[in-house]
Design a protein around this ligand. Structure first.
Ligand code: ARG
Length: 475
């Protein structure tokens, strides 16, 4: 970027009213072009729709419109090729493009700004940008979910220890665990769709804050830009960034989910646990300890979650002290927003690959872990309840059996029938089938349960987007 401001200190649009050039440090402090130039496509798209509307309304001549269209096409080419000279002297993406347009086509470039202000221009650009970003994120999220579904399907029967308080609690299938991740991200996807709907309204026409005196057609511009309608109050339209905050809140939740998955991956990949292997391309070694292979991607996803939370806090704080209408504070909305988008996109991309092809499930280690910790103790209690014992008594009986087994260094299924019957005469030889892992899994056969059959049904439902659980067609 051209940051040499010394020779061009008086090129501001507002130079007419100022008696001295803006201080050089102030110039750098107030400029946003270094980061808002990423919205150049949206800026040009919105300017062209505005220009078409002005021409249609007879506010701009047909020649001016065609000059603007020609100039904008050239500018887009220059930006794409890297030839465009961004300058701090023109503060932001909007003025940089407008100045270049005027240099290319003369007065028609100056007429483009009729009936609008940078306040409604920037609000429009951010909404377009965020809408585009959400469209990309939704596709990536869907790809990640497809990877989850494939993994869940492969491992629908694989038993693993389900944990509470990080201790072995009951057997679950790995597929069921993966489908829990799927459910988290399903809500994330729903949130994004809802937020997109609120973003998709047009601020243009609000001008600086009060609207404009020209006979504009806002509905036309809205339709041209694919908005569902117009923002209904000019003061609100130019000033509030609640839609960006809402997006960051959804992003924070999404990252929270990825951070939880990451925590589990770190745990499972630990050689002491060994439930999964993460492919080498997602790991790095240690510069000093040759034996180390670190789960970098999940660790960094966990770390980047903090960064996304920070952006949410930044935007909330940015907004809270602002009176109506536009204040320059709002320019600070972009870096947190852009970084949130970037972090989300990278995380989703990497995780889709890691979960899709980068995880090897170590089913034997999972089963091994399940053979300790009395994972089927609840099944024994349920067995006694089926034989007539009240659940609280059954719980106590099994508690005593577990303590005894612990003393003997055995699992419940490892105790002889005579030993088990000492705790309750209700226990018969058929008890061993319910003490097995497969028996325990298959018994939880209802919607939301861990039985392999239910995992497969959940996967089938998930593969038909928009088709929520319907009791009519599930057992
Ligand atoms: N670059 C500004 C922003 O990002 C838009 C310009 C509005 N500036 C102004 N002084 N009214 O918010």
């Amino acid at each position: 970027m051209n940051s040499d401001t010394s020779s061009q200190a008086s090129q501001y649009t507002w130079d007419g009213t100022f008696s001295e050039p803006v201080d050089k440090l102030v110039l750098r402090y107030t400029a946003s072009v270094g980061f808002d130039r990423r919205m150049w496509r949206q800026d040009i798209r919105a300017s062209l729709a505005h220009a078409r509307m002005l021409a249609r309304q007879g506010i701009l001549s047909a020649e001016d419109l065609s000059d603007i269209q020609r100039g904008m096409a050239q500018i887009a080419g220059e930006i794409e090729s890297g030839a465009f000279e961004w300058s701090l002297n023109f503060e932001d993406v909007h003025l940089n493009i407008e100045k270049r347009l005027t240099a290319l086509i003369g007065d028609a470039g100056k007429r483009l700004h009729t009936g609008r202000s940078r306040n409604d221009q920037v609000a429009t650009d951010i909404r377009l940008y965020l809408r585009d970003a959400i469209d990309d994120i939704e596709i990536l999220l869907r790809q990640f979910q497809e990877a989850l579904l494939a993994l869940a399907e492969r491992e629908a029967d694989t038993p693993m220890p389900g944990l509470t308080h990080l201790q072995v609690a009951q057997p679950v299938t790995f597929g069921h665990h993966v489908m829990a991740w799927f459910e988290m991200t399903r809500r994330d996807a729903e949130r994004l769709t809802e937020i997109r709907r609120r973003i998709n309204r047009l601020p243009l026409g609000s001008a600086a804050l009060a609207g404009t005196t020209y006979p504009i057609d806002r509905e036309f511009v809205a339709a041209e830009l694919g908005f569902d309608g117009v923002c209904e109050n000019s003061l609100d339209a130019v000033s509030d960034r609640d839609f960006a905050i809402e997006f960051c809140a959804a992003a924070a939740l999404l990252m929270m989910h990825f951070s939880r998955m990451s925590e589990e991956l770190v745990l499972w990949a630990n050689p002491r646990v060994g439930f999964v292997k993460i492919a080498d391309r997602f790991c790095t070694g240690s510069s000093i300890m040759p034996q180390k292979k670190n789960p970098d991607v999940p660790e960094l996803a966990r770390g980047k979650t903090g960064r996304v939370y920070g952006h949410l806090a930044a935007l909330l704080t940015l907004m809270k002290g602002q009176p109506l209408a536009y204040n320059h504070d709002n320019q600070e909305d972009k870096e947190p927003l852009f970084d949130t988008v970037d972090t989300l996109i990278d995380t989703l991309r990497i995780f889709a690959d890691m979960v899709g092809a980068g995880l090897t499930v170590q089913a034997e280690a999972m089963r091994q872990a399940l053979s300790q910790g009395f994972a089927t103790a609840t099944d024994l209690a349920d067995y006694l309840v089926r034989k007539g014992l009240p659940f609280r008594d059954a719980h106590e009986t099994v508690g005593r059996a577990v303590r005894r087994a612990g003393e003997l260094g055995a699992e419940l299924a490892g105790l002889p029938l005579s030993e088990l019957r000492a705790f309750s005469p209700l226990i018969d030889g058929d008890v061993y089938s319910i003490l097995t892992i497969e028996g325990s899994l298959a018994a939880r056969n209802h919607v939301g349960g861990t039985a392999p059959e239910q995992v497969r049904a959940a996967i089938a439902r998930a593969r038909q987007p928009g088709q929520a659980y319907n009791p009519e067609n599930c057992g």
